[in-house]
Design a protein around this ligand. Structure first.
Ligand code: AP5
Length: 214
């Protein structure tokens, strides 16, 4: 089980798509799971919506409940987690969940990107409404503006990618998630990755350190 750690816009989802494509591992994004729940209007979605719109973290018990359900449904833990865990309580909860499956965290990759690059990536991000593919108006543009290259669906700008919410998400990351860097470093699991360059370069740095099982 691998964790991709990094600020909003660091490229966790983009690089996860490249890594899972090559290895058959599952990309699990708690952000995507929450957006699906919001779209479906489920009880979790109704609870999460207000937090997400403000760029605040959804409560730990809600997130751990979602992950627990996912693990129980899939029955294995060949996961690349993107955006989870985000607090110490989530990290400790994850350890307990994995122990129940006889598994553990195998590696944590910290994607480092300067703040001004993060802001530019988030401001220009476009996502396919239909298949969830991620683009960027300048760095990774669609061939036809507003139309997904992969499935032909319409692309849109995430509502939490506006300037004020982005600023709050970056602050929330510093306040609530950065402590996980020390948490995993102390356990000898942390790999620091320079993720400011091309996504292929980020992928190669991660692939070089993936456990042999991958
Ligand atoms: P979530 O969806 O997880 O958002 P995030 O962490 O803010 O991360 P992003 O999806 O914004 O960034 P990313 O690193 O995946 O970047 P991407 O690859 O898209 O969470 C949303 C909300 O849900 C949270 O605010 C919170 O409310 C809630 N939530 C989720 N998980 C939670 C949890 N565990 N606990 C509590 N609450 C939770 O790339 C960004 C852009 O950059 C794209 O346009 C891409 O094309 C471009 N790009 C990527 N890589 C490169 C590159 N190498 N070069 C150039 N451009 C690049």
């Amino acid at each position: 089980m691998i964790i991709l750690l990094g600020a909003p816009g660091a490229g966790k989802g983009t690089v996860a798509a490249l890594l899972t494509g090559a290895n058959g591992w599952r990309h699990v994004s708690t952000g995507d799971m929450l957006r699906e729940a919001v779209k479906a209007g489920s009880p979790v979605g109704l609870q999460a919506k207000a937090y997400m719109e403000k760029g605040e973290l959804v409560p730990d018990d809600v997130i751990l409940g979602l992950v627990r359900e996912r693990l129980a449904a899939d029955g294995d833990v060949r996961y690349l987690f993107d955006g989870f865990p985000r607090t110490r309580a989530q990290a400790e909860g994850l350890d307990r969940l994995l122990a129940a499956f006889g598994a553990r965290v195998d590696g944590v990759f910290l994607l480092e990107v300067p703040r001004e690059v993060l802001i530019d990536r988030l401001a220009g991000r476009r996502v396919c409404r239909q298949c969830g593919a991620v683009f960027h108006v300048r760095n990774m543009p669609t061939r036809v503006e507003g139309v997904c290259d992969r499935c032909g669906g319409p692309t849109y700008q995430r509502p939490d990618d506006n300037e004020a919410t982005v600023a709050n998400r970056l602050d929330v990351y510093q306040r609530q998630t950065e402590e996980l860097i020390g948490f995993y470093r102390a356990r000898g699991l942390l790999h620091v990755v320079d993720a400011a360059g091309a996504v292929e370069a980020t992928r190669d740095q991660i692939a070089a350190h993936l456990p042999a099982a991958m």
